[in-house]
Each structure stands twice: as C-alpha cells, then as structure tokens.
Design a protein around this ligand. Structure first.
Ligand SMILES: Cc1cc2nc3c(=O)[nH]c(=O)nc-3n(C[C@H](O)[C@H](O)[C@H](O)COP(=O)(O)O)c2cc1C
Length: 196
C-alpha cells in the first residue's frame, strides 16, 4: 500500500472505531446485507465493535430473528456506511461467525443497557406475524425498562455476529473529483485506486 492508501485505510477504520463508542457518529448505524436462496437481504444494524487489526465488524442480534434462516458461520456479509458530513462511504465484506456462548458474548450482554435488553425479551420470535402492532415483549414492560433480573431471560436469545473483513472499499466525495480506493486481504492488505 502507498502511504496515501494506508492513510485512507487507517482513517476509515478510525471513524468506524469512533462510531462504536459515539452514539451520534454517522457510522454508528450501518446496513448489513447477505444473499439468500430468496435473493438479497439487507437490514439496518448498530455497529457494536470494530477492530482494524483483527478485521472485525460486529453487530448484536436475536438468535431467533429471520436472518438466521440465511446466515450461518462462514456466510459472507456486506456492510455499507455513509456520511454526508464526512463525505465518505465505506463498504466492507467478508465471512461471518456467530457467537452465542463465549466470554465475549457474556461481556457484551453485561454492557447492554436494560432498555436494549428488552428487545431480547420478545415472547414470540422476531419476524413472527401478529394481529396488532407490538414490541413483542411482555405487556408490563411497555412503559418501562426491565429490571436486571427480568432482563436476564433475554440472554439466551442474544448473540454477536462478527464479520471478518477481507474486502474494504473507501469512497471519498470531493469537489475536485471523488476518489475511491479498494482493499483486498490475502495474508496482507493489497490496495488499488479505482475510478469512482
Ligand atoms: C436504527 C436501527 C437499528 C437497528 N439495529 C439492529 C441491530 O443492531 N440488530 C438487529 O438485529 N436489528 C437491528 N435493527 C432491526 C433490523 O433492521 C431488522 O429489521 C431486524 O433485525 C430484522 O431483520 P431480519 O429480518 O433480516 O432478521 C435496527 C433497526 C433500526 C431502524
């Protein structure tokens, strides 16, 4: 990689890492897509962990959600982030792993706020058809967060999905001409400028 390609790469990962800790960061919310037998699927998720050296992007989800019909260990996932403020689009893809019972899952669960844990208390699986609009969790939780004890029921439904990024693409908007650099991991990162 040239120094400029390295700088572009590190700068993009830096923003992703900032987004994990900053709820207001434009990359805090990304889109994750996969292909399934029924065609492409995409959904918005919260970026929960990003590590440049480990090449990981992570989101949290409910193991009962519909995406698990088509995502398994090894399934390729594609992420997209974009920010008008930063004038930046990042695309990243690679195979995923699903973690349900590691120490990291326990730690992530411990750090999950009670109100966010409420989503994992849905009594029927996310994606189930229902008669009326509902959050899915027990009615007594409609206007409050669960207590720590109540929330623990959700732990069994909680998992981490890690993408091991092997393709990374940074698109920068500029009046003088947009630029695009694409990166491929094969033991080391290789980079190439691309006409945007
Ligand atoms: C702002 C926002 C953030 C979201 N974050 C997550 C998330 O972190 N994990 C998740 O599973 N779903 C999240 N969702 C819901 C998903 O977009 C999606 O509707 C749900 O996971 C069902 O997707 P599936 O049918 O592909 O399983 C979020 C939705 C919005 C609008």
């Amino acid at each position: 990689m040239s120094p400029e390609q390295t700088e572009t790469f590190n700068g993009a990962w830096h923003e992703l890492i900032l987004a994990v800790r900053n709820r207001k960061h434009p990359f805090r919310i990304g889109v994750v897509a996969n292909s399934s037998v029924l065609g492409p699927e995409a959904r918005t998720v919260v970026l929960r962990y990003a590590d440049r050296d480990e090449r990981i992007l992570r989101f949290h989800t409910d193991i009962r959600s519909q995406k698990f019909e088509s995502i398994q260990n090894g399934t390729r996932l594609a992420w997209v982030f974009q920010s008008p403020q930063l004038k930046l689009q990042i695309r990243a893809s690679g195979p995923c792993t699903i973690e349900t019972d590691t120490l990291e899952v326990d730690q992530a669960w411990t750090e999950t706020q009670l109100l966010s844990r409420r989503c994992y208390l849905a009594t029927t699986a996310p994606g189930s058809f229902v008669e009326h609009p509902t959050g899915g969790f027990p009615e007594y939780l409609t206007d409050r967060e669960p207590t720590e004890e109540e929330s623990e029921l959700g732990r069994d439904n909680f998992c981490l999905v890690n993408t091991y990024v092997d393709t990374f693409d940074v698109y920068s908007l500029a009046f003088t001409g947009h630029t695009r650099c694409t990166y491929q991991f094969d033991e080391t990162w290789q980079a190439s400028w691309v006409v945007p």
